[in-house]
Design a protein around this ligand. Structure first.
Ligand code: GCU
Length: 749
């Protein structure tokens, strides 16, 4: 029988293989999981070390009792990013490209009796062949998941096929009857016994003869116990035993779940024949201080937080996550969108890598009942034109996914500027869009108008909401929150709007908040933080659940009754009457001020109060047996720590009544202003000035038809605000004065 020996301890590590050869005393002793970017990859400046580092481990065969030459010996890496060259006793045995999947090397012929040396050159440098290369997250380098020495009998399940465990168990459910196709690929052996047990005494067995290294059988299970999402995530255990001369020589196991699902373009996602709207979050794997070198307890903590918010789906972006985390999703009934890091920029030379990463993702994750789809790419049109190579790459990935797995559908996450009429939008079986109206640009209302336009134009095409979010720093606060102020209060306003947008559109097959957790993007420096994307509903260290977390908990978590007072961190208030927001999944909330009953409100999730303040006040919200308390204080001048020093003053050049009605103004959308030749000339001149000052991004925007179509829906005033200092106030006033000279009665000339 095989032995999996963990090899995580006592590796010598050096940040550069040249350095290691010349200065051996620069070696550090590290234990895996390990990354060399856990600090510099999270502190801003986009300057984290990317290059090649070396990990070396010496061992004696007697340590692991592998002197017996009748064994096959493998090294198994669960994750080394982004590429790894593996040497045994100075001979190269593997070059694996892809930082998120398991890979194995057969080292049987390279191991010698006595002392042996394993060396691994790990590389996360920039290149044109391995994804990801351009994205909004840190590409950590390191052997950041476990490493095993696998000692197997000469007769064993195949270990050379893209890191799979050599079996493929395919359940097909009809009502409550399941037919399970059991396949195995083996070296040696003469029969395979498959067992499927429900852990409650029922066990279904079938034996298949091996022929040419392959064995196949079918097992029927009537009245099976369905895997039914968060309500009943029932899994079966599968064991496969390889026999040789009637002796069991190898055994592998997995879990499976019996479920059926489909997506309807008008009614969304269905699980086991019932409507099951997928409403949840996305997750990056990394964490403050440890980078991607996380342990099982950290992953368990993440899943508990996701269960608390009540999500029934997770988009595990933008790469293959650990097997442990998919297992946790299986056992907690959380539906998963899995994907490869084919992201932002298509690279012609990256074709092979997308194929190998997608193959590894599917064969290694095939058995997880939580996974329902394979994501082909993320915002791949952002980095350039839709070329024939890009389309071929996607079509081939789509065919590959269907060939490897006929039970799941494929999907893509599109960037908001991708024109909905582009054929690539509907290349995969289903698709979703990443929209950031109300954060990066435009107004919140454009989210719903986008989906309504799409759905009315393509009523038979399934559409989802794969990303949306707004950054919030829990130290920043305002009673008059505005877009891009990075306050918790604006994040709440944003998500309240989007949650209503989602609840009103059952045709959205899945929606995923971007993001469950803040995560590292070393190129960022904003919102008072360096190196982080702060769109998380929870902070990077998992210590703070931001107020918006409780909006979704109130909407999704029906099990745990609670009431949450927003503003635990917003103590100093300037105004005489201050807004007090409560999130709760109870039907009514009563507010007490200094222990005196103030007001009771009934509502649905969101309860807004206005409270007069004059000193220090205890504010308490009660609902049934639930309660929450905050203390706030009336102050004369704003607490400077609540807003960013460099914060742009809230620009409000003109109130509605400053504007001459019946004449054009900056309150009109770009599209409206383009319809009249005189106003179009004025706007073109201003846009050219803006582009000149905003460099290539604005230029590419100007050339991007899909984005232009999007911008045409946005009021000119909002676009100018977005441009920040690029458009000085004087220019805005002159611009508006010129537009106000032109009567709308002059029509579209
Ligand atoms: C994009 C992208 C994410 C990124 C997000 C953001 O949609 O897919 O990876 O983090 O925008 O800008 O926050």
């Amino acid at each position: 029988m095989r032995r999996d020996i963990i090899l995580n301890n006592d590796w010598k590590f050096a940040k550069n293989e040249q350095l290691a050869k010349v200065y051996p005393n620069d070696w550090q002793t590290v234990n895996l999981p390990h990354t060399w970017n856990n600090i510099d990859g999270q502190d801003g400046g986009n300057d984290y070390i990317r290059g090649t580092a070396q990990y070396v481990k010496s061992f004696n065969t007697s340590q692991f009792d592998i002197t017996d030459s009748s064994k096959d010996i493998y090294l198994e890496f669960r994750g080394a990013s982004m590429s790894a060259k593996v040497f045994v006793n100075d001979k190269q045995v593997e070059n694996h490209c892809g930082g998120f999947s398991t890979f194995r090397c057969d080292i049987t012929d390279y191991i010698k009796g006595g002392d042996n040396k394993i060396a691994v050159l790990v590389d996360n440098s920039e290149n044109t062949t391995v994804y990801p290369q351009r994205a909004d997250f840190t590409f950590y380098g390191g052997i950041y998941r476990d490493v095993y020495l696998v000692v197997a009998d000469k007769n064993h399940f195949d270990m050379n096929y893209y890191g799979s465990n050599g079996i493929k168990i395919t359940p097909q459910v009809n009502e409550k009857n399941a037919k399970v196709t059991c396949e195995a690929w083996v070296t040696g052996g003469d029969a395979v016994v498959f067992s499927i047990s429900d852990g409650e005494g029922e066990c279904f067995r079938s034996k298949a003869a091996v022929s040419n290294g392959y064995a196949k059988t079918e097992i029927n299970i009537d009245n099976c116990h369905l895997w039914n999402g968060i309500d009943d995530p029932f899994c079966y255990d599968v064991d496969a035993q390889l026999e040789f001369n009637n002796e069991v020589v190898d055994c592998v196991n997995t879990i499976i779940g019996f479920r059926s699902f489909f997506v309807d373009p008008r009614k969304g996602f269905f699980l086991n024949g019932k409507s099951y709207p997928l409403r949840g979050v996305s997750r990056h794997q990394d964490r403050l201080g440890v980078g991607n070198a996380i342990n099982l307890n950290m992953q368990k903590e993440d899943i508990e937080i996701i269960k608390e918010i009540g999500a029934n789906t997770i988009r595990l972006a933008h790469y293959q996550h650990s097997q442990e985390f998919y297992d946790l999703c299986d056992k907690n009934g959380i539906v998963v969108w899995a994907e490869i890091p084919y992201i932002t920029n298509h690279m012609d030379e990256g074709y092979d890598n997308t194929i190998s990463q997608m193959t590894e993702l599917i064969v290694q994750c095939y058995h997880h009942p939580s996974i329902v789809c394979w994501g082909l790419s993320n915002e791949i049109t952002v980095g350039g034109k839709i070329t024939d190579n890009l389309l071929k790459n996607h079509n081939d990935l789509n065919l590959l996914a269907h060939r490897l797995d006929s039970t799941r559908f494929t999907t893509m996450a599109h960037a908001f500027m991708l024109d909905i009429d582009e054929p690539i939008v509907r290349l995969a079986d289903v698709c979703s869009y990443n929209l950031y109206f109300g954060w990066y640009l435009g107004e919140l209302e454009q989210n719903e108008s986008f989906f309504d336009e799409y759905h009315s134009k393509y009523p038979d095409a399934v559409i989802g909401f794969s990303e949306y979010g707004a950054d919030a720093n829990p130290e920043l606060h305002s009673s008059r929150p505005v877009k891009n102020d990075y306050t918790e209060e604006y994040q709440c306003i944003y998500h309240e709007h989007i949650l209503k947008c989602i609840n009103d559109r059952p045709y959205l097959w899945a929606t995923h908040v971007w993001n469950m957790f803040d995560f590292a993007a070393d190129g960022r420096e904003e919102g008072g933080k360096k190196g982080q994307n702060q769109k998380g509903l929870v902070t990077f260290d998992r210590a703070i659940k931001k107020d918006a977390f409780y909006l979704y908990k109130a909407s999704w978590n029906k099990r745990e009754k609670f009431v949450h007072l927003c503003g635990h961190r917003y103590i100093d208030r300037c105004e005489d009457k201050t807004p007090i927001k409560v999130y709760s999944n109870m039907p009514a909330v009563t507010l007490f001020v200094d222990d005196k009953e103030f007001e009771t409100k009934t509502g649905d999730v969101v309860f807004d109060f206005e409270v007069p303040i004059s000193g220090i006040h205890k504010i308490e919200a009660k609902a049934g047996m639930c309660s929450d308390v905050i203390t706030i204080k009336k102050v004369d001048s704003p607490n400077k720590s609540y807003f960013l020093e460099e914060a742009e003053p809230v620009i409000n050049w003109f109130d509605k009544d400053d504007i001459k009605q019946g004449f054009y103004s900056i309150k009109d959308t770009l599209g409206t202003l383009k319809e009249n030749s005189d106003t179009k000339a004025i706007v073109d001149e201003m846009m050219n000035k803006m582009i000149a000052s905003r460099g290539d991004v604005a230029k590419s925007a100007n050339n991007n038809a899909g984005l232009q179509k999007m911008l045409d829906k946005i009021p000119l005033e909002s676009l100018i605000k977005q441009a920040g200092k690029a458009v000085p106030e004087e220019m805005v006033k002159q611009l508006n004065a010129s537009l106000q000279q032109i009567s709308k009665k002059s029509g579209n000339s």
